[in-house]
Design a protein around this ligand. Structure first.
Ligand code: ADP
Ligand code: MG
Length: 300
């Protein structure tokens, strides 16, 4: 199959690459052309996933696509942005139609769910499967949820149960196609897009937890020049995680494991989510009620 046929058949499908009021030109020209309304700001984020580093090579292509698009959309959720579309750079060792069909079906599922069409990309042959996705979203001018606004006296919150992604990882590595409640949380880390938008005007700082709760909250501390005290007993843990692991192992995953893609944020007061601690004078996160071994994932 030629490159253009491949793009047309799998990426230019109307279910995946539709136009709308912002997207004037989509796949098939040299650039996508966007009309960004004057009162909005464009938010852009990119993630690269490399086989056997970010996902098992033999995982189901449908699952790989879902995970790749979900984790990238999670950055838009963290800013409170509304998705408008994504681009995809795909490096493939070979062009298997079966693989591409399943991969594009996964993209369609998430693109439809989050109203985020594919707008363009690049397709190349290479020795490893590498997927780079860039998402584009919009927020009202000046409204984006940044990492810089946490204030002493604010409370610290998370949007949902922590630790599932890290708890699922050993199971996924052992059997990439195993399906249960916990492994689903790894394969489908649904981005908190609606939740992020509910935090606009409420949260003083926000991010998505990808590398570990403590490590990621430390980014807010650094950017906002504050400290935090987190109460380990208040961290929400799922039943799926607690059925698989002891309480202390579950907490270890919740505090230091990556791959959750829940939002962690600060606010004077917020009715949404779970309060887990407070912002204090200082420069880093401390945890009360539990002593952790590790603070988070290091890429290098
Ligand atoms: P160019 O030669 O101008 O770089 P390409 O031949 O790479 O263009 O791509 C042709 C069209 O197909 C472009 O509109 C590009 O955005 C789109 N495209 C290529 N690869 C992908 C992909 N993986 N996903 C979505 N669109 C793609
Ligand atoms: Mg090209």
């Amino acid at each position: 199959m030629k490159e253009f046929e491949l793009i047309e058949r799998y990426f230019q499908q109307p279910a995946l690459s539709w136009r709308d009021s912002i997207i004037d030109t989509t796949i098939g020209d040299d650039c996508a052309v966007l009309d960004i309304p004057k009162d909005l700001q464009l938010c852009i984020s990119m993630d690269t996933l490399v086989e056997d580093i970010h996902f098992p090579k033999d995982a189901n292509p449908y699952d790989i696509a879902i995970r790749a698009l979900c984790v990238t959309l999670s950055d838009l959720a963290a800013m409170g942005a509304k998705p408008i579309g994504f681009t995809l750079a795909l490096t493939l060792p070979s062009a298997s139609e079966k693989w591409l069909k399943s991969f594009s079906d996964g993209l369609i599922e998430i693109a439809q769910q989050y109203k985020c069409p594919l707008m363009g990309g690049d397709t190349t042959r290479g020795p490893l499967l590498v997927i780079s996705i860039q998402v584009h979203g919009v927020v009202n001018k000046g409204g984006a949820l940044k990492r810089t606004g946490a204030q002493v006296g604010d409370k610290v919150y998370v949007s949902g149960a922590m630790g599932d992604g890290a708890g699922a990882l050993p199971l996924v590595l052992e059997n990439p196609t195993l399906k249960n409640e916990l492994t689903e949380r790894y394969h489908k880390p649904y981005p908190q897009i609606e939740f992020g938008q509910k935090l606009l005007g409420v949260a003083s700082a926000c991010l998505d937890v990808s590398d570990g709760l403590i490590q990621d909250l430390n980014h807010i501390c650094k950017k906002s020049t504050v400290g935090m005290v987190i109460d380990a007993d208040k961290i929400p843990l799922s039943n799926a995680l607690l059925q698989q692991y002891s309480n202390s192992q579950a907490l270890e995953y919740a505090l230091s494991g990556g791959d959750d893609y829940q939002l962690a944020y600060t606010a004077k007061h917020c009715d949404e989510g779970f309060e887990i601690g407070e912002v204090v004078f200082g420069s880093a996160v401390s945890v009360s009620g539990f002593s952790i071994k590790n603070t988070g994932f290091q890429h290098f």
